[in-house]
Design a protein around this ligand. Structure first.
Ligand SMILES: [Zn+2]
Ligand SMILES: [Zn+2]
Length: 131
């Protein structure tokens, strides 16, 4: 298999196991498990190519752009302000049409809940017990 193909497949497989949108550094770290020494420039190139063919979409987070595979079911995100990881969360309350001004046409929405992920929340709890 061509080196380039192998690199791209490694990047793609990272998204299959991802708990949420990933940043380039996270992608590189995970992909290095199957392609040791994979450079960040290569990861950026793979992201660009996968965006161009519509395999990846970008997700804006408070700490920059992350990426997730396209065509996922409607979902939202949880942003951990402690470790800055972003997680997928399922379900949608819907009913956002009521907030749309008269005459406007809504075509979609994005929703990100921020706070602390499970492991960061647990760490914060433990910290409180010590003090
Ligand atoms: Zn966290
Ligand atoms: Zn929704």
């Amino acid at each position: 298999m061509q080196k380039k193909t192998r690199q791209k497949q490694a990047v793609q497989s990272v998204f299959a196991a991802a708990a949420g949108p990933l940043g380039p550094q996270e992608i590189a770290a995970a992909a290095r498990e199957s392609v040791p020494g994979l450079g960040i420039a290569t990861v950026y190139r793979c992201i660009k190519e996968l965006m161009e063919v519509g395999w990846l979409v970008s997700v804006l987070t408070p700490v920059g752009t992350r990426f997730e595979s396209a065509g996922k079911e409607h979902h939202h995100h949880f942003f951990c302000s402690e470790c800055t990881r972003t997680f997928d969360i399922g379900g949608c309350v819907g009913g956002f049409d009521q907030f749309v001004p008269a005459g406007f046409l809504a075509e979609g929405h994005e929703l990100t809940i921020s706070g602390k992920c499970e492991s960061c929340a647990r760490r914060a709890d433990a910290g409180l017990m010590v003090t």
